[in-house]
Design a protein around this ligand. Structure first.
Ligand code: URA
Length: 209
């Protein structure tokens, strides 16, 4: 699928399978989400540009590569996005963080925004938007609308699972934003849940059901 990268790494796929199992505990789900998020972060940042810097090792002075440009922004779509955020920040501790509070109205399935915070100079930074589930696409579309309003121009979207319907909606609204996911599942059910999916990611991660 154009514009979508499926991260097929065996460790990602193995961990995702355990997360999908309904008997996986809250503690187990949370630990796996943290582990998988570092692997996903590794893949979504694999083509970042490098620049050379002069350093001294104990042996000699050399030119060595470091990340080019301003720091990254990780934009978490609350609340489930925070589950991906933690592991990503372990890998890129200097990243800036944006929080976008959007919830799904369970009747209309529309996104309702209730919180937004982002760092300055968004236009010079690569913004990686994270939410475990790309279901209808409504929340991620609304979050990216908001981030673009605040100046973001270079964005990527990272999720664990995506539904084909969500990908279509998302790409119609934001064709410039590449999607990274561990799986494209079969479809959405009438309640807007991904099938086969893993259930409600927020509830599974925080034990709220
Ligand atoms: N959000 C979830 O947490 N799970 C789904 O299946 C869809 C949206």
């Amino acid at each position: 699928m154009d514009g979508v990268t499926v991260i097929n790494h065996p460790l990602v796929q193995h961990k995702l399978t355990i997360m999908r199992k309904k008997e996986t505990s809250t503690a187990g789900f949370r630990r796996l989400l943290r582990e998988i998020s570092t692997l996903l972060c590794y893949e979504v940042t694999r083509d970042l540009e490098l620049t050379m810097e002069t350093i001294e090792t104990p042996m000699q002075t050399i030119q060595a590569p470091v990340l080019e440009g301003k720091k990254l922004v990780f934009a978490s779509i609350l609340r489930a996005g925070n589950g991906l955020l933690e592991g990503m920040l372990e890998l890129v501790p200097s990243a800036r963080v944006s929080h976008v509070g959007v919830y799904r109205d369970h009747e209309t399935l529309e996104a309702v925004e209730y919180y937004f915070k982002a760092p300055e100079s968004m236009s010079e930074r690569l913004v990686i938007v994270v939410d475990p589930m790309l279901a209808t696409g409504n929340s991620s579309i609304a979050a990216i609308d908001k981030l673009k309003e605040r100046g973001a121009t270079k964005l990527r979207f990272l999720c664990l699972l995506a539904a084909p319907e969500g990908i279509r909606n998302f790409q119609a609204a934001h064709p410039d934003v590449p999607i990274y996911t561990a799986s494209i599942d079969s479809h959405l059910n009438e309640q807007g849940y991904i099938v086969p999916g893993l259930g409600d990611a927020g509830d599974r991660m925080y034990g709220t059901k």
